[in-house]
Design a protein. Structure first.
Length: 225
């Protein structure tokens, strides 16, 4: 691979990552200024290797391979979070996940399923959701400092340390999420998704405690704010 091809591929990935809801080949061509045939070849390679994904409507988004690459770049967060998520999933009998901001999207970076069998809402690794809707995205935004133009609800999540939503991303699903404080260079949150209201109510303090436990495992202390 030539340096020019690499630079063009990275430009395509950066363009895709900055867009909410994905981009078509034509939109990527316009935004990057590259020839359509070059963009097409790059997208084929990026999709084949998992760095980009294409939905049924032909829109491209960042792929799960980037989540795995980010995990290797940040082993501390994932190593600390994994056992906490598994304990959380077992305690609540619901799927728990670590959600991170990649571009303008909330991406599921780790998933822990409860040990019991039964119907439940589950998120796959690499799942992408909007940052401005759903518990996970809102909590991810709240894990960082306030920025101009962020949704009004984010300030409340930042102050409360936890948020619960119902049916915003999946009909009938409750999402409970807490921002992980004190992270450097990444915004992340702990999320639980369930169809049961009683679990959602019970989950709020438990999820908030899990987020704080992960932060402490990475060296954060409450005195840091």
């Amino acid at each position: 691979m030539s340096a020019q091809t690499l630079e063009r591929g990275l430009a395509v990935l950066e363009t895709i990552g900055a867009a909410e809801g994905g981009l078509t080949t034509s939109e990527i061509t316009v935004q990057t200024g590259l020839h359509r045939s070059i963009v097409h070849r790059l997208l084929v390679s990026l999709e084949r290797t998992g760095y980009a994904s294409r939905d049924a409507g032909g829109r491209y988004a960042l792929g799960p391979a980037l989540v795995a690459l980010a995990a290797r770049a940040r082993p501390g967060l994932h190593d600390v979070a994994a056992p906490v998520l598994h304990a959380l999933a077992a305690e609540l009998d619901a799927t728990a996940s670590l959600v991170e901001a990649i571009g303008d999207t909330a991406v599921t970076a780790l998933v822990a399923e409860p040990p019991t069998d039964g119907p439940r809402f589950s998120y796959r690794l690499g799942n992408r959701d909007p940052l401005d809707r759903g518990a996970g995205g809102l909590a991810v935004l709240a894990s960082g400092p306030a920025v101009p133009g962020e949704p009004d609800r984010v300030a409340s999540v930042r102050a409360d340390g936890v948020v619960t939503t119902h049916g915003e991303l999946n009909p009938g699903a409750y999402g409970v999420a807490a921002p992980i404080p004190g992270l450097q260079g990444v915004r992340a949150a702990v999320t639980v998704i369930t169809s049961r209201e009683d679990i959602a109510v019970r989950a709020e303090p438990v999820v908030a405690a899990a987020a704080a436990e992960i932060a402490r495992g990475l060296g954060w202390s409450p005195e840091e704010g």
